[in-house]
Structure formats: structure tokens, C-alpha cells
Write a protein that binds this ligand. Sequence first.
Ligand code: KG4
Ligand code: ZN
Length: 331
Amino acid sequence: MRVLGIESSCDETACAIVENGRHLLANEVASQIELHARYGGVVPEVASRQHLLAIIPTVRQALDKASTNWQDLDAIAVTRGPGLAGSLLVGVSMAKALALAWEKPFVGIDHLEAHIYANWLGEAEPEFPLLCLIVSGGHTDLILMQDHGNYIPLGHTRDDAAGEAFDKAARILGLGYPGGPAIDRAARTGTSVLSLPRAWLPGSYDFSFSGLKTSIYRLAEDDKITSASDAAASFQEAVVEVLVGKTLAAAREHRVHQILISGGVAANSCLRARLAQESPLPVIMPPPILCTDNAAMVAACGYFRLRQGAIDNFDMDVIPDLELICAENRR
Ligand code: KG4
Ligand code: ZN
């Protein structure tokens, strides 16, 4: 089964074609990063207008790259939430238009569930039960996945998401936007010398990063940061230590077979190295290009959702605050 995936929830216009949920035939991403960099963050209206310009060329490129014509496609999967309403509408309208014209079934996908499915695009198929750590710009979640579509939330962030914390810290340190990759780069030449707080929140798998952000802010205000690279390394170490510590504890308690990581922060080199080093269990991580937003993960997820019988009607709407693994969002 060949699924065409469309992703437009934030600042990447993406289209991909995936066979049987696992084999990538094309993965096109038109990034808007440069457009938003001058504002230091994503500007929603600018994002939706840019999606409108980029969506048709991106779909065409994906078909070309896969050397496929639309007759060979079996279905369309599109992100319906969470994300920016205006941005989501562009992708969902495109998917509906294609489904109507091509007479193909289509399915709306939860962006976070799609991030998890980036892990099905690697060589080895993940084995249930799995522990999923989703770390993106908007979310930080630990989820027990017992089967396709069977999720138990174990913990989430109580304030900033991990990616959001990276972005804010980078802004304080003057490292630019997007902050995650900037901190990752700067930290390579720095040493973790600052003593920064870790919110362990004992007895829970929840996270909190706002105290850490405030502490970087105070140090900067008091002119106590003499090296941005050292500060970046210290900040990254503090975030990664908590992410790894809680993930390994949850994996132990729930006796999972494997750990999966996904979302933009899963591209972080320190997080990847530390998890691989410290985990007694196999850790599956998508290549960095499939950690950040893409449509391959949407198409992969779409395949498994369609196999479960999920097909949407043309009255399907976007849900900007869609919550993953929320029973009422499941049919
Ligand atoms: O998953 P994603 O592309 O979009 C959302 O769904 O939010 O995640 C974007 C987030 C941003 O906050 C970005 O700074 C962060 O992922 N990020 C990273 C790295 N690459 C992207 N954070 C840390 N290290 C990285 N290498
Ligand atoms: Zn994302």
C-alpha cells in the first residue's frame, strides 16, 4: 500500500510517499526556517501563507522523486493537529482536494503519533511493548505503547516543552533561531561548568524546564555567563540528564522491550549519545531528518491507522489542540 503523506502543522511544508508504512520512496520538506528566523520564532500568518505557496510544488516533487504517478497511490494521510490552525488548514485542504480528484481514501493524523511512527521507517521494526519519549517544540511526553493505536500516557511537561526550553535558552544566550540545533552546535566546543537545576519531580514521570530557563536568564542578567558555549553545554547537559534519567526509569518500571525517541529534540547529539550509552535496552532513534517535522512519519502512521480501518470523510476538520492518545479522538 502506497500512502502519500502531507504535513503542514507548523513551519515545514512536507510531502512524502511511503510503502507499507515502512519504506520511504520520497521525503520532501520545504523549510520556512529562514523566513521566520528574523522574527526569532514562527509567525503563524506568515507560516500559513508560505504553506499555500509551497504545498503544490512539494507534492509534485514527492511524486517525481518516487517516480510514481497518482494512480499508483492507495491513500492520503494528512496532519490534522495539533498545530497552527491556518497552517493545518492548508495541508488538510490539499489532502481533501487530492482525495476528491483522485478518488482515494484519506485519513487525518495526530502529529505526535506521526512523530512516533518515524521509528517504523528504519531497518528494524519496533517490538511492543515500547516506551516512547516524544520531545518536540510543543511537547515532552513519555508514553507506553502496547500495540498500534494503544497508548498509555505516563508523563508530560508541566510547563515548557524541551524544544521550547532549547529555543528560549538559545535566545537568552544570543545563539539564534532555531535554538535546539544552535545549542547542540555551540555545546560541542563548550564544557558543562555551570551548576544548573534539574527538576526531578520525584514520584512522577512529568517534566519541568521553566526553572532551568529562569536560572539561565538570571545568570545572563547578572553577567555571569562568560562563555556561550559553556552555558550551552551546561544547559544541554541539564535537559538531557533529566530526559534520560526519567526515560530509563519508566522503561525499567514498565518492562518494555525497546525505547523509541522522536520529535525535533530527538535530533540532539548529546541526547542520542547518552541514551545509547546508558540504556540497557535497545534504543531506536530515527535519523535526525526524520526527527524534525516531515511527512514520511505522517504517511507511515497513516498506513497503520488505515489498516485499523480509520478513514475520514470530507467533513473532517483540523484540531489545533488535538491531544494524542485521547480516547475520544479515536474511532
Ligand atoms: O518536532 P519539531 O520539528 O516540531 C514540533 O513538532 O514542535 O521540533 C522542533 C523543536 C524546536 O524546538 C527545535 O529547537 C528542536 O526541536 N530541535 C532540537 C534539535 N533540532 C531541533 N533541539 C535540540 N537539539 C537539536 N539538535
Ligand atoms: Zn513536530
